[in-house]
Design a protein around this ligand. Sequence first.
Ligand code: NAP
Ligand code: FER
Length: 343
Amino acid sequence: MSTHTENSALPATTREIQLASRPHGRPVPDNFRLAESPLPELQDGQVLVRNLFISVDPYMRGRMNDVKSYSAPFVLDAALDGGAVGEVIASRSAGLLVGDTVVHALGWREYAVLDAGATTPARTDLAPASAFLGALGMTGLTAYTGLLKIAEFKPGDAVFVSGAAGAVGSLVGQIAKAKGASRVIGSAGTPEKVARLLDLGFDAAFNYHDGPVRELLQQAAGEHGIDVYFDNVGGEHLEAALSVLNVGGRVALCGAIAQYNSTEAPAAPRNLAIAIGKQLTLRGFLVFSQQQHAAEFAGQMAAWLADGTVRYDETIVDGLENAPQAFMDLLDGANTGKMLVRL
Ligand code: NAP
Ligand code: FER
């Protein structure tokens, strides 16, 4: 293969972001390192992909800690990994052609060599490549399954979602509206984000910096209360939701970003016992265990995007060298919609 003249321009190395040290609390630039590593030679059944966009996601903060969880911790002095979408630039697989766009799990680098089976084709006739890391990707599947399968949303429910201007949250609110929610309330961290939520069709939204979350939520919910809480934040948000939820309410525990950088145990929720009298259901979930709904989700979301029922925002940072800063900024709320790095 290496003797083919058409391949002589193919890269032999890739720039990548490595984990240089494990963050204590908030990540800092010194936790990351830009490095250049050799690419393995392409084997039968493999493709070489040039990444177009790489994803930075809150769950990556957990994988930077050396603790056992649903997936292995990132390895020190090795490239980080994560979602990416790219273009096949060399193929030794019958199923993939040069020029195809694929989604895969070797992000945080410019080029990747992968088994064809470790990639998923991105239907770029339906949406731009970046959408397959957001609304049509893992993020969208999280919103869709968390609301509809985990919280068992039904038409007429009043829904509250935290982290509402983020990638998952903004989709949760719009899916709830599309499916017949009586009311959708969102919380976010800036006035601009709150305004954007109202634009996107949320019935009410508040800035959680404006006061105690319980009071802000109570005001936004009014006499209706809430039937479903989609929790992206944990802590004080979860405590507030438990207090405002109606009898028989359901909570999808999706994330707890308020505590990802903290070095102490969270102070809230202090009112979990309310769940007994209100007969609440609180259910944690991982999107990776929801793949059985992927086809239903993809068809439905593509239709919603095509007819404008669902819209999505992206915050795009250019250049692999800026990926660590993009990740740190994501945890600090610099993004509206999906945070992505364009290469
Ligand atoms: P995102 O919401 O687009 O970005 C993270 C947002 O969190 C920031 O923009 C920031 O917005 C907010 N935030 C940061 N610190 C906060 C705090 N102390 N209190 C309240 N909000 C805070 O990220 P995403 O990818 O859509 O993920 C959202 C949540 O879903 C995360 O908790 C993530 O871990 C979880 N998730 C879970 C699964 C699963 O399988 N269970 C899959 C994907 C994502 P503000 O400006 O509003 O603060
Ligand atoms: C996430 C937050 C937390 C996520 C997974 C987890 C896939 C799981 C944490 C654990 O197992 O401790 O956003 O996304």
